[in-house]
Write a protein that binds this ligand. Structure first.
Ligand code: ADP
Ligand code: MG
Length: 698
């Protein structure tokens, strides 16, 4: 049994392994490439490839794969073995620099939003040396970017790396101007907290909705939901604890710093949070975490559900994206220090973020828009669709004093007095929690809380990085020609002006209330409720300008992404609608009919014996269910007819709207009736396990 420090990262081609395995000059050249983002020479790549292969083979690998993130939301991989025949039926294990750097997967079956016609099927994967290679299932995984023959990004990683570069460039330039001359680059850091559900595999297998769509399309609430608040942080049951233990170990081997685990609000819901990392690595790790969560669950006879809303009536799952910026000199730019009012650099970056969120709130909303997440945003369990910023008491007071030109007296830390003598004294954090805010300052980072649980965290970070980079560059334009003596005053004036112009986006109150919806409308903030409402904003001139100016997306790439999103929305709803239709016609409606038959037969039998045996209650029940049965059958017919209509329509945003306004409503209408019948149906006559069975028996 190895110790945890020994186990940690044992399947990763870490810096330490590289240092041991590579000749000194090669190691140095590679580090230079990674740190300064310079071009990698082929001889260096060849040497790295040899070292990588040796290490991988020593650790049991037989294959390698370029691992990439196409626009499906999942990762993709194609495995090649290291074997190379050398005649006489002999082989050697081989891997070249060329194979390390470049792959050529056929791109024709990945979403490209029309960037590439099928006859131009060629796509390229290119090694990303800034995210370490690792071994999984006897295969060496090489993180790569994925682009078309003509160089357009077909993945999440390419624009993410571009956005990190944009932010680094602008922030560095600004910091140099402010006198931090030793700053040469700025990285963004991310710690994504991941929520998930665990259910029994046997239950899962009996539900087509979970299998095909990841969420239940039918199902009456269990007698008990989450109202007792006994699951959140509750003691972890043995079967779940065993799963979490295994999961931690698998993640640690892959060098993923899984740190915190606990039960979440809904029954059968849990959370895992890693220690934060560079955004690029954090995004790769989160993709990997989601995958490992699923495979480890299988070993325990469980299924891990990552859908944003697997069950109606209880909380769905999200992902909190903790985000900050750190200089190469180790300074967290969002750390206010003990006296935030005197920390001009912090305040300038804070002002940039406030303005970025205000001006690009539509893009932030877009970055979390998926059909699954539409079920959460705006319901009283996740932040509203309205994007605003929570600053907390102290920062709000600082911001107010800047705005009003008044003196801010630093409060310092407050010692907590619990009233119980044995409890040690500790200081209170200077920001409280506001769980209803989509974008909250939490001490030394911002927490973007609107993300859905299943989506890659790449897109929200692409938007954040780019929007903040853009505003910092605008600030730089305003400050660059100011004299050295005047700089401090100019910075102060800029912070003040920015706060006054953009304070409408700051909101410290309860985001779940109707008053906030009204207030936000008065303030002129976006309230883009559903994915089809949001998607068209991607192509608005100001947003095209934002991404093209910062070199993150060309207009062609944006259009392609728009097409992919629209198409994805329609496909997801189509699958959901077809699944529900199938479950209604082939499972639920027949089950109800059979139960009605049973009641009717029983009534007739009793009547045959004697007219004096009362059948009133049964007749009443039969009447109730019959009436609902008629309604349900009519709702199913309407759904079927409307699906036919959708299938006949042309692709595009109008079709997405039709799915949202008509098909989705049809599905909800049918579900309400079905769920109201479910409570009368004997458990053993139900064609699939009920919410009670799924959520409370693990
Ligand atoms: P919570 O109580 O909300 O779980 P934590 O302080 O435990 O808050 O942090 C949550 C996440 O934020 C963790 O993944 C943590 O590593 C991450 N985090 C902490 N500091 C930073 C930072 N500077 N940049 C990005 N993420 C951070
Ligand atoms: Mg949190």
């Amino acid at each position: 049994m190895s110790t945890i420090p020994e186990m940690y990262g044992s399947l990763v081609f870490t810096d330490k392994v590289m240092k041991n395995k590579l000749p000194k000059d090669i190691y140095k050249a590679l580090k230079k490439t990674i740190d300064n983002k310079t071009h990698l020479e082929l001889d260096v790549a060849n040497a790295v490839a040899i070292a990588m292969k040796e290490w991988a083979v020593d650790n049991g690998a037989t294959h390698f794969t370029h691992w990439f993130q196409p626009l499906t939301g999942y990762t993709a991989e194609k495995h090649d073995s290291f074997i190379s025949p050398v005649g006489d039926g002999e082989i050697i294990m081989e891997f070249s620099g060329k194979e390390l750097i470049k792959g050529e997967p056929d791109a024709s079956s990945f979403p490209s939003g029309g960037i590439r016609a099928t006859f131009e099927a060629r796509g390229y994967t290119a090694w990303d040396p800034s995210s370490p290679a690792f071994i999984k299932d006897k295969t060496l995984y090489i993180p790569t970017a994925f682009c078309s023959y003509t160089g357009e990004a077909l993945d999440e990683k390419t624009p993410l790396l571009r956005s990190m570069d944009a932010l680094s460039k602008e922030a560095t330039q600004m910091l140099n101007l402010l006198g931090y001359e030793d700053v040469t680059n700025v990285i963004t850091t991310v710690g994504p907290e991941q929520e998930y559900f665990l259910i029994d595999e046997e239950d899962y297998k009996k539900r087509k909705d979970l299998i095909f769509t990841g969420r239940t399309l039918l199902g009456a609430p269990a007698p008990k939901g989450q109202e007792m608040e006994d699951h959140y942080f509750g003691s972890i049951r043995p079967r779940v604890a065993a799963y979490m233990h295994d999961l931690d170990e698998e993640l640690w081997k892959l060098g993923i710093p899984a740190k915190t685990k606990h039960n979440e609000v809904a029954p059968a819901q849990h959370e895992l949070a890693p220690v934060f990392d560079t955004t690029n690595v954090a995004v790769d790790h989160n993709q990997l975490t989601m995958e490992v969560m699923k495979t480890v669950a299988k070993k325990h006879g469980l299924v891990c559900l990552l859908h944003e809303k697997p069950f109606a009536g209880i909380n769905g799952s999200g992902k909190h994206n903790n985000w900050s910026m750190t200089t190469n000199t180790g300074v967290n730019l969002l750390d206010p220090g003990k006296t935030p009012a005197d920390n001009t650099t912090f305040l300038l970056f804070l002002a940039a973020i406030i303005r970025a969120v205000d001006e690009y709130a539509d893009m932030m909303r877009l970055s979390v828009a998926t059909p699954g997440n539409d079920h959460r945003l705006g319901a009283n369990e996740a932040p509203p669709a309205i994007i605003s910023i929570f600053l907390g008491d102290e920062l709000t007071a600082v911001v107010d004093s800047i705005k009003n030109g008044t003196f801010f007296k630093n409060g310092g830390s407050v010692v907590m007095e619990t009233g119980a003598k044995v409890i040690p004294h500790f200081t209170r954090d200077n920001t409280d929690r506001n769980r209803t805010s989509p974008f909250a300052f939490t001490g030394n980072k911002f927490e973007f809380r609107s993300l859905g649980s299943s989506a890659s965290v790449a897109t929200p970070n692409i938007i954040l990085n780019t929007a903040v980079a853009e505003i910092i560059s605008k600030f730089y334009e305003e400050l660059k020609d100011v004299s050295k003596e005047g700089l401090s005053e100019a910075v102060h004036a800029l912070i003040k002006k920015t706060i006054i112009e953009h304070e409408r986006v700051i909101f410290n109150g309860n985001g779940y209330t109707d008053e906030w919806v009204k207030e936000a409308e008065k303030r002129g903030l976006y309230n883009l409720k559903s994915t089809p409402d949001v998607l068209p904003t991607l192509l608005e001139a100001k947003n095209v300008e934002l991404f093209s100016k910062n070199g993150v997306f060309s207009e062609v790439e944006l259009k392609s992404r728009y097409e992919v999103h629209v198409e994805n929305y329609c496909k997801v709803l189509h699958i959901e609608a077809k699944t529900l239709e199938d479950m209604l016609y082939r499972e639920f409606i027949p089950a109800v009919a059979k139960f009605m038959d049973d009641i009717a037969t029983s009534i007739i039998k009793k009547k045959k014996v004697s007219d004096k045996i009362p059948t009133c209650a049964q007749e009443g029940l039969l009447e109730t269910i019959s009436a609902k049965y008629e309604e349900l059958a009519a709702a199913a017919v309407k759904l079927e007819k409307d699906i036919d209509e959708a299938e006949a329509m042309a692709d595009g945003i109008e079709l997405a709207r039709y799915y949202h306004d008509t098909i989705f409503e049809d599905m909800n209408a049918a579900r309400v009736i079905a769920d109201s019948i479910e409570k009368y149906i004997p458990e053993e006559d139900m064609p699939y396990p009920s919410y009670s069975k799924i959520l409370f028996y693990i």
